[in-house]
Design a protein around this ligand. Structure first.
Ligand SMILES: C[S@@+](CC[C@H](N)C(=O)[O-])C[C@H]1O[C@@H](n2cnc3c(N)ncnc32)[C@H](O)[C@@H]1O
Length: 273
């Protein structure tokens, strides 16, 4: 990731193996549980910003013999999603390159739409939701799950200072994103015109020794990588000394008997009238 790229790209996280490893730990049962009760066999569902498709393939399974269409602006992610669907025998799943703000689909052609950790990265939220309303059939459902950075944590208290999370927020904001989109989802849905909107919230928790080690490795290899630190320091979001302090904090945290991390997510489900 570089902040220079932000002039042309709105996505802060990049597509390195170091970042995408966290996406490969996701699936529909754990990360789209708020959507699954609204899906029926035969439904046509759209996964916007599908990434490597780890959630999408579970949505495809839930709507068989209906169709799952996944779109992502990044071709490399679409290729991974296609390979994953083929390997899993999900012949009803189709993946294409596409932009969330200009959906390449007909009006009123989907029963359900889904975003997971996507609205937080797209600057023009209203445009995405107006496009979703356009492609949903009347009565169709939109379900989203988006990060709440301010409610995410590394524990116990003082394991890492809050400025680390604030710097993550600044990185997302510097790319035009919304680091606390999960907190605002219900309001955003209501203002866009969705009805019967309900919100919920949940955490992705890293508590077992294996999960703590994973989270430590993820932070080291992504947030504390030269690709993030270089532009963040250059653009004055944090100092090199702060990053080095956080590296030491995280090294001590891994192995701490009380070590735990939580990524907070807000969820919302709403319907097209
Ligand atoms: C954090 S990843 C989440 C991927 C997947 N939904 C998941 O949770 O595993 C965000 C994805 O949104 C995609 N994305 C960001 N802005 C987009 C846009 N305007 N249109 C389509 N995809 C977009 C990125 O390319 C990236 O693959």
């Amino acid at each position: 990731m570089t902040l220079e790229q932000s002039e042309n790209s709105t996505y802060a996280m990049g597509y390195s193996d170091e970042f995408t490893q966290i996406l490969h730990r996701r699936n529909a049962e754990t990360h789209a549980a708020h959507l699954l009760p609204h899906l029926k066999p035969g439904s046509r569902v759209l996964d916007i910003g599908c990434g490597p498709g780890t959630i999408s393939v579970g949505l495809a399974k839930a709507v068989e013999p209906g169709e799952l269409h996944g779109i992502d602006m990044e071709e490399s992610q679409v290729m991974i999603a296609r390979a994953s669907a083929a390997a899993g025998g999900h012949g009803n799943a189709t993946f294409d390159v596409g932009d969330a703000t200009d959906l390449p689909f007909e009006d009123e052609s989907f029963d359900a739409a889904h975003t997971h950790a996507v609205l937080m990265h797209v600057p023009d939220t209203e445009k995405v939701l107006s496009e979703v309303l356009r492609v949903l059939k009347p009565g169709g459902v939109l379900a989203s799950r988006e990060v709440i950075t301010d409610a995410s944590f590394v524990g116990p208290e003082d394991a890492v200072d809050d400025e680390a999370w604030n710097t993550f927020s600044k990185l997302v904001s510097a790319n035009g994103g919304h680091p606390n989109m999960g907190r605002d989802l219900k309001d955003v849905f209501v203002r866009a015109g969705f009805v019967d909107v309900e919100a919920s919230a949940s955490f992705d928790v890293f508590s077992t020794a294996e999960d703590v080690a994973f989270f430590h490795g993820f932070v080291n290899q992504w947030f504390l990588s030269d690709e993030v630190i270089g532009p963040a320091v250059e653009f004055g979001l944090a100092t090199l000394e702060q990053f080095e302090k956080w590296r030491g904090d995280m090294d001590r945290w891994d192995g701490h008997p009380g070590g735990v991390a939580g990524l907070a997510f807000g969820e919302a489900v709403g319907f097209k009238a």
